[in-house]
Write a protein that binds this ligand. Sequence first.
Ligand code: FES
Length: 317
Amino acid sequence: MLQVLVNRKAHVADGICSFELRLANGELLPAFTAGAHVDVHLPSGVVRQYSLCNPPEERHRYLIGVLKDPLSRGGSQAMHERVEQGQALQISEPRNLFPLAAHGQRHLLIAGGIGITPMLAMAHELERQGADFELHYCFRSRDRAAFLDSLENASFAPRVTLHDDSSAEPSKLDASALLQRPEPGRHIYVCGPGGFMDYILTTAAAAGWPEDQVHREFFAAAPIDHDGDQAFEVELARSGKVFQIPADRSVFEVLDDAGIEIETSCEQGICGSCITRVLSGTPDHRDQFMTDSEHARNDQFTPCCSRAKTPRLVLDL
Ligand code: FES
């Protein structure tokens, strides 16, 4: 855990604030790679993940952008209303679940709204590497688009295409044209609201882009339908212990109560922190982190939200 200070809080677009975080003692922060996020532990106990958007070679600060979600469950609203400049915050060290493909030859970054935050760090890093990339930024209107100034003034500005839904000249992203056909060595990165992600991911899949060339990071989980949820059992292979998972509780909650440690972060199936190996039984996957082919293998699942299609799952715990 890191104790940081909010060195600067700024309003960067309608409903979006940026927070510049520094170590209180002025020392260097742990290094991070493009696409990484930190968990911010709010004083209320709520934990939220925010992507780092400054250039990864910077060690004196972390920069995050937070969209105030009208349906906030206590995270973004508290960040906007209760976290002020000069305040201390506890954050995790950076973790990267959305890294750039190490062997990618060309990179296509597609951001929707607040999904620009990890893409900014990626663009800075790709520029530093001299890599071949382009960034498409889709937003409803300029006043709701964060970090436009940074993008328009960046050295990589010629690689950026803005898609402003409100512009008189339609500049809407045409994903079918952009993703027309898969290209060897070219990697796509997508981040933004659920509907936007679906549009891009469905278009890429329909055009035949291989899953391993399409990288995504969700900000919020799609609603899960809990009607029909049933109780089931999990067995821990190493101890042989068996736990009953009631219809209204997650595997993580039950195991956590029993003192069994599983690393979690989002607890809603979007970050992948809790992925656990499944040795037998069939999971009922509810996460958005794993790909379709990973789901089909049924050899791992996310205990924070996923359930079971069989009466018992045996876990590698
Ligand atoms: S904790 Fe994020 S997917 Fe389970």
